[in-house]
Design a protein around this ligand. Structure first.
Ligand code: PXP
Length: 246
């Protein structure tokens, strides 16, 4: 099986910084520590309301980071212009609503296929790998492939939520959907990533899916870092992923 890449999402370093309006903690410092701890990439989501990552953070990451940057963004003209200015390694298109606490569902590619096809073409032409954040649904995956995305990131939030609600029947059904849809997406030639809500308890069944080549993980790692430090938290996640893969 191919090695599984770990993308560390550093949004919540910026959340803590912004809570006090201070200059620290610094997301770039977290990115460097994540690299030292075995991360293969850094993920940052510039939201429309700039609640965590800000434009200056993206400028710094784009110029100073030596790891690939996965720039998460909504499909808006403003974000497209920022992505085209920086040409990050990857762009992950996510749905965004101001009132949500986090990215609660996958993108509806079927509904917006014509708009999204036009939207992602210049990003691809600029050299970024375009990823679509999507639920485990065959029609949505077919649509992502049709509009020219190179990558899909499967939303693991529902699987994790069922786990922590103790609803193991639904959790296992969702895991089966994720497994089937990873296989299906791979058969279309799409690269398959996964993420959202993953923790030490939930990561291994996802890490064991052979078609999944990258996980993007943030919130849990930052929470764990408060107790054990960022590097040990990431190293432990890395270990669990590698064990599941072995
Ligand atoms: N992948 C995508 C597309 C996301 O939007 C997020 C959250 O920003 C993540 C992965 C990481 O999720 P979490 O912070 O819950 O680990």
């Amino acid at each position: 099986m191919s090695k599984l890449r770990l993308g560390v999402n550093i949004d919540h370093i910026a959340t803590v910084r912004n809570a006090r309006g201070s200059a620290y903690p610094d997301p770039m410092r977290a990115a460097i520590l994540a690299q030292q701890a075995g991360a293969d990439g850094i993920t940052a989501h510039l939201r429309e309301d700039r609640r965590h990552i800000r434009d200056g953070d993206i400028d710094t990451l784009a110029t100073e980071l030596t790891l690939p940057l996965n720039f998460e963004m909504a499909a808006t003209n403003e974000m497209q212009a920022i992505a085209l200015r920086h040409k990050p390694h990857a762009v992950c298109i996510v749905p965004e609503k101001r009132e949500e606490r986090t990215t609660e569902g996958g993108l509806d590619v079927l509904r917006d296929d014509k708009y999204l096809a036009k939207f992602i073409a210049p990003l691809r032409d600029a050299g970024s790998r375009v990823s679509i954040f999507i639920g485990p649904d065959a029609d949505q995956i077919r649509a992502a492939h049709r509009i020219g995305a190179q990558v899909i990131e499967l939303h693991t939030g529902a699987y994790c939520d069922y786990h922590y609600a103790g609803n193991f029947t639904e959790r296992d059904a969702e895991l089966a959907r994720l497994r089937d849809m990873a296989t299906f997406a791979h058969s279309l030639g799409l690269e398959v990533h996964a993420g959202h809500g993953l923790t030490y308890e939930t990561v291994q069944p996802i890490a064991a899916l052979p078609e999944v080549v990258e996980l993007n993980i943030g919130h849990f790692l930052m929470a764990e870092a408060m107790f054990v430090g960022l590097e040990p938290a990431i190293r432990e996640m890395r270990r669990l992923m590698d064990d599941a893969r072995a």
